[in-house]
Design a protein around this ligand. Structure first.
Ligand code: SF4
Length: 654
């Protein structure tokens, strides 16, 4: 699952039917606790509207097609397009799906076929990933249970009560033993309400707050000179760059009282076991990458990193780098490739002309709900000559395709799962039930398509593929003399993790060019960015669209998955002051208008929301009101990520 926690389920099957699932109590992190989204997977699996056979569009709508017909159609067109236009006329849109290694099969196919056009970056987290790469060389976090060793935890734009259940559970335990927890967020989230210490920061100004804290830490001499000397590059330049960020100046930007900024910095500086957990929302601004770099700098100057109870925990690339062997091998077969930034799918499909896109393949995602500027994306998708979508349901993306191919559920195939979001543990998922007889899982589909086109993949079966994925990891585990290294079969029975990664950067061997934390990054400079973390004021709404538009995750759904059966219009949450200024009342129907489109929503008045902000949940399908009809294709300062939260709207009573 595309979730921080990566639970593992014990599934009960009767007569090839999944009748129950529960969390595995042996799982070292999740301890058998799962959230309602997991139970929802059973409903999805057995849903009467699930797509279980290939469907081809005709003038009378979709009709079933045999796999033979599909393979003939695709093999002919793939060969023709490659000969006439070259490989970059293929659009390969592969997102993360349920997050298993087999989700890479479409990408591997196109690599072996000679190349394609595909996106760089991501819709949701790559600004922060790029930031941590500049600073540390990689995004790494401490093992989640290490939060129990912290004296102070700052949750910076992170709302674990909604999006990271097991971190929330650990934090509750930590608090019982005296850990202080502070939440920095423009919204008084459920997590902020639960822990009580909330610092409300103006949206998009987190970077300024971090630079203000750095200013205080330096002025009050709460920095670790020895650590800086040994492990930090660029401190003197950074010191100069934050001189202007006095608490009074930062107060004017962030809305946080100067005394509170000072207190926060002093508390962080004086508590050696201070950990910061950054969420993904605070980097979904045009200045998002620099905001994360500014927070990273706090650990650099205090030395609160590389030890238990500390760290800047944004993501945790622990196992994933050791599992992508077959995909890396396939990359050697790419002859030509064209890239575009992930948020710019619509404009890319519309504008690519050398060559124009002739065939679009979409798997592991529902871009016509999730991608920004949906009007443009929908129109340009519709104008592609041939579109192929792998899906479990007739989503907004699938319903526009020429060919819809059924996708297997997580219960229908074995796979290896890791997440780089936070968990350090590998899950090996066994097949619980057979897929319907009419359905060929994507992995087998691409094996067969490759065979028909004469491609030699280097693996002939699912088992061979997964063994090749796991081989570098097991070799690394052996090199690191981990106490118990399972064989391939043993992966299914164990919870493998790299114990030497439990504490991120404990060896202080940062993976930057200098081997130090680079608060001054030549790599950033070479990429046309400020070498030092810098603050650029967030975009502002204008007279026409005065409200900042925040579109966050719900507790109940993974992106658009849980909205399939929802027919109701979405809710738009606004602060009571905003409601009274706009003369709106609880439950009023409004037109939420953005720069590119509009949807209908119902007003919820909620003092948790920041003033002059409209807060909605993302994931609703077109039939209800998809928020991305309002958003634009704005890209973050680094990492090619969607600056979703730098969008604006107005509310007009219906
Ligand atoms: S959504 Fe996340 S927390 Fe919920 S069951 Fe799945 S992995 Fe666990």
């Amino acid at each position: 699952m595309d979730c921080f926690d990566l639970c593992r389920f014990i599934v009960t099957v009767k007569n090839q039917k999944i009748v129950n699932l529960k969390g595995d109590p042996e799982h070292p992190l999740t301890r058998g606790v799962i959230c309602p989204k997991a139970k929802h997977l059973i409903q999805r699996h057995h849903h009467p509207q699930r797509i279980v056979r290939p469907l081809i569009r005709t003038s009378n709508g979709f009709v079933p097609a045999s796999y033979d017909r599909v393979f003939d159609l695709l093999a002919d067109n793939l060969t023709r397009v490659k000969n006439e236009y070259g490989s970059t006329a293929f659009l390969n849109y592969t997102s993360d799906g349920y997050g298993g290694m087999k989700n890479r099969s479409q990408a591997i196919f196109f690599n072996y076929f000679g190349g394609d056009s595909r996106f760089s970056g991501s819709l949701c987290w790559s600004a922060g990933m790029a930031a941590q790469k500049y600073d540390f060389g990689q995004a790494r976090g401490n093992i989640p249970s290490d939060v129990l060793n912290s004296d102070l935890v700052i949750l910076w734009g992170r709302n674990p009560r909604v999006t990271n259940l097991h971190l929330y559970t650990l934090l509750k335990r930590a608090r019982k033993t005296g850990t202080k927890i502070i939440v920095i967020d423009p919204v008084e989230t459920q997590t902020a309400k639960a822990f009580g210490t909330h610092i409300r920061v103006a949206p998009g100004t987190d970077g300024a707050l971090a630079l203000g804290m750095a200013h205080v830490l330096i002025m009050e001499n709460l920095i670790d000179q020895a650590f800086i000397m040994d492990h930090v590059k660029g401190y003197q330049r950074f010191r100069q760059s934050v001189q202007a960020y006095t608490p009074d100046y930062v107060k004017r930007i962030t809305g946080v009282p100067a005394e509170k900024i000072r207190e926060l910095a002093v508390q962080y500086g004086k508590t050696p076991l201070s950990a910061i957990y950054i969420g993904y929302g605070m980097q979904r601004y045009a200045n998002g990458g620099n905001a994360v770099r500014s927070i990273d700098a706090l650990a650099a100057i205090t030395g609160h990193i590389g030890k238990s109870g500390a760290g800047i925990n944004y993501a945790s690339k622990s196992l994933a780098p050791y599992l992508s062997g077959p995909e890396e091998t396939s990359e050697g077969f790419i002859k030509v490739q064209r890239r575009f930034p992930a948020p710019c799918l619509g404009s890319f499909m519309e504008e690519a002309n050398d060559p124009p896109i002739q065939m679009g393949f979409f798997s592991c995602g529902n871009p016509l709900v999730q991608t920004p500027d949906l009007t443009r994306a929908v129109n340009s998708f519709a104008s592609l000559p041939l579109t192929v979508v792998f899906e479990q349901f007739m989503t907004d993306t699938a319903s526009m395709a020429d060919l819809v191919l059924p996708a297997a559920t997580v219960f229908e195939q074995e796979d290896i799962f890791v997440t780089s979001m936070y968990s350090h543990v590998l899950n090996y998922s066994q097949k619980a039930v057979d897929p319907p007889g009419t359905l060929m899982p994507e992995f087998e589909f691409y094996l067969e398509l490759g065979r028909r086109l004469g491609l030699e993949y280097g693996f002939l079966s699912s088992k061979e593929y997964l063994e090749q994925c796991a081989a570098p990891l097991m070799a690394e585990l052996r090199n690191n003399t981990e106490s118990s290294v399972p064989d391939f079969k043993g992966l299914a029975l164990s919870y493998t993790r790299m114990k030497s990664h439990d504490l991120a950067w404990a060896d202080y061997l940062f993976e930057t060019p200098s081997g130090k934390i680079e608060v001054y990054s030549e790599n950033a400079l070479a990429d046309g960015l400020s070498p030092l973390p810098e603050f650029t004021p967030p975009l502002k709404g204008g007279i026409k669209f005065p409200l900042r538009f925040l579109t966050c995750h719900t507790k109940k759904s993974m992106h658009s998955q849980g909205f399939m059966d929802k027919e109701t219009i979405p809710e738009v949450n606004i602060h009571p002051d905003t409601a009274s200024r706009l003369e709106l009342g609880q439950g009023d129907r409004v037109r939420v208008k953005g720069e590119n489109g509009e949807i209908i929503a119902r007003v919820i008045i909620d003092k948790a929301v920041y003033k002059n902000t409209a807060f909605m949940h993302q994931g609703y399908w077109h039939k209800s009101g998809a928020v991305n009809f309002l958003t634009r294709e704005r890209v973050t300062d680094m990492g090619n990520q969607a600056a979703y939260y730098d969008n604006f709207c107005s509310l007009v009573p219906v």
